[in-house]
Design a binder for this molecule. Sequence first.
Ligand SMILES: Cc1cc2nc3c(=O)[nH]c(=O)nc-3n(C[C@H](O)[C@H](O)[C@H](O)COP(=O)(O)O)c2cc1C
Length: 187
Amino acid sequence: MVFSELLKTRRSIRDFRDQAVPQSLMDDVIREACLAPSSGNRQPWCLSIINDRALINRLSDESKQNLISRIEADPDFYARQYEAVLRDPDFNVFYNAPALVLVGAEQTLHSIDVDCALFASYLMFSAANKGLGTCWINLGRDIRAPDLLETIGMPTAIRIVAPVIIGYPAHIPEPPKRNEPKVLKRN
Ligand SMILES: Cc1cc2nc3c(=O)[nH]c(=O)nc-3n(C[C@H](O)[C@H](O)[C@H](O)COP(=O)(O)O)c2cc1C
């Protein structure tokens, strides 16, 4: 696909077909995401790749529970706007996707948010180019329970930056409206 077409084709997908993502395809997408730039070419990202829906569901419940605790402790916490859905036991923050890639990095390094975001962005474009759908799920990164962290292979020194769900889209929504760029000045 021509790159400018791909830019328009990628959408956040929240409705997936009941079809697993083949491991070889997932590996290709991840290999292409590794082409992302990073500060000092440090490539600090590390991944937990989950293809088990029951485990993804448990991670959703864990993240929801931790976000609700933070909302209760801090009235200004950003996720308060999502409180109603977070309290809905039927709401899965990962939209029942067949696969989830958690992108994280050693938290003591600098630039990990930017580097992991670039990785995730390459991942989403690579996936879209191969007919897959993705969505970055910020509401799904609050995973703290030691048993779950161990199950997904995440040491506590790693901070999860970008949870990205992946699967075959059941429905591709219309693009949300984009604003004109705010150009402050042209000299
Ligand atoms: C940093 C970041 C966090 C996001 N978190 C969520 C999320 O928790 N849940 C969700 O449904 N979508 C989430 N999204 C997807 C955005 O809502 C989406 O990118 C935006 O509405 C534009 O739509 P598009 O990706 O189809 O162009 C997130 C996107 C980004 C970049």
